[in-house]
Design a protein around this ligand. Structure first.
Ligand code: ADP
Length: 349
């Protein structure tokens, strides 16, 4: 949708830099804050072509995004780092050309970076005590007599330690993703075997009191995938964790493994639950970092909202796809499609 130009009186008072361009990329309006950021007066800029005034911008996201908005007529938003500063930019196509608002978000970015550093350091430091806690609890469980209170408590402790470990691992993975340092060890493995191993892990999946509530169906004998077995296992685990968590009244989860009907030489994994479901508007957003669906009162289920984001990063690293089909109150099916191992193809290291 193309918007009309806002009145100049408003544009001088807003706390954002604002300028407009015509369809020939000439400045038609420059507000006070733009003059301040650019260290150029409006007199110097009005009527001039932006790409001639800032030829170095042709290599930046600004150039790409402004052209995208001008060509499509669809507003765009982005963040870009330029000359030691971070900017948040919103570009609105108008009948005359483009209206552009931007602001300096360097302070916010610095704060986010120090928060990310802290999370990275804290999750790393937490790993060691959790590992020894788990080891001692396992020893306790082995030495306690079955059915005794000590045995029952040790089992519960182990369950909670595993939850804590999963949370800390997710935080660590998230910070690695931000640094583009999530590590993968690619090798061929059988997805049929992995699914059976994760979904069929005795005692791991309990929904509404039903132990071992996951049923696996497949006609495939073998499905060789070239990838990181542990990371794909993490994806399957995330999807099953969610299927359990978001099924507050049902105790049935199915996993199906088939050949992908739409993508040749790909194998498709489906995880279906009969839980609360997700409405259409939220279905795309749930793969975003920290997005959680809230109810009418703004409440969400407990969690960090990063499991699906991490799963998407992992699946896409394997050149695969992940998506969901669902209706509110009618359950959800999450799909993962992965390329089958092709022995003749060159692989990433
Ligand atoms: P978390 O579960 O920690 O909130 P995720 O990234 O795993 O984070 O999921 C993001 C959001 O997607 C969840 O908060 C929930 O709103 C929604 N969601 C995920 N899986 C399901 C599911 N099987 N059924 C309904 N909603 C789901």
């Amino acid at each position: 949708m193309r918007l009309p130009l806002p009145p100049p009186s408003v544009l001088e008072q807003i706390n954002e830099a604002y300028f407009s361009l015509d369809r020939a990329w000439r400045y038609t309006y420059v507000n006070y804050l733009t003059e301040k950021f650019e260290k150029r007066s409006r007199k110097e800029l009005l009527g001039k072509v932006i790409w001639e005034e800032y030829p170095q911008s042709k290599k930046t996201l600004f150039y790409l995004k402004y052209h995208e908005a001008m060509a499509t007529g669809v507003p765009v938003e982005f963040q870009e780092y330029l000359q030691g500063m971070w900017f948040e930019v919103r570009v609105y196509p108008t009948d005359a050309g483009l209206s552009i608002f931007y602001r300096d978000i360097s302070d916010r970015k610095r704060l986010e970076e120090s928060k990310d550093d802290f999370v990275r350091m804290a999750s790393h430091e937490l790993k060691t005590p959790i590992t020894s806690l788990r080891l001692y609890t396992e020893l306790l469980l082995q030495t306690a007599k079955a059915g005794t209170p000590t045995g029952v408590y040790a089992e519960r402790m182990l369950h909670q330690i595993d939850r804590l470990n999963k949370l800390v691992t997710s935080l660590l993975d998230l910070s690695k993703i931000e640094l583009d340092k999530l590590d993968y060890e690619y090798k061929p493995f059988d997805l049929v075997e992995l699914v059976a191993e994760v979904a069929g892990h005795p005692g791991r999946w309990i929904c509404n009191g039903v132990t071992d509530c996951v049923t696996v169906t497949t006609k495939l004998k073998r499905a060789l995938v070239h990838g990181d077995r542990d990371r794909i296992s993490q994806v399957i685990g995330n999807l099953l964790d969610n299927a359990v968590k978001y099924s507050p009244t049902s105790g049935r989860i199915t996993v199906r493994l088939t050949l992908d009907q739409r993508r040749p030489r790909q194998v498709q994994l489906e995880v279906t639950d009969c839980g609360i479901g997700i409405d259409l508007a939220d279905q795309k957003k749930i793969f975003d970092r920290h997005f959680q669906v809230a109810d009418a009162h703004g409440r969400t289920y407990p969690g960090l909202g990063i499991g699906l984001y991490i799963s998407k990063v992992i699946v896409e690293h394997h050149q695969g796809q992940i998506w969901v089909k669902s209706r509110p109150a009618a359950g959800a099916t999450f799909y993962v499609s992965l390329p089958l191992h092709d022995q003749n193809k060159k692989r990433r290291p």
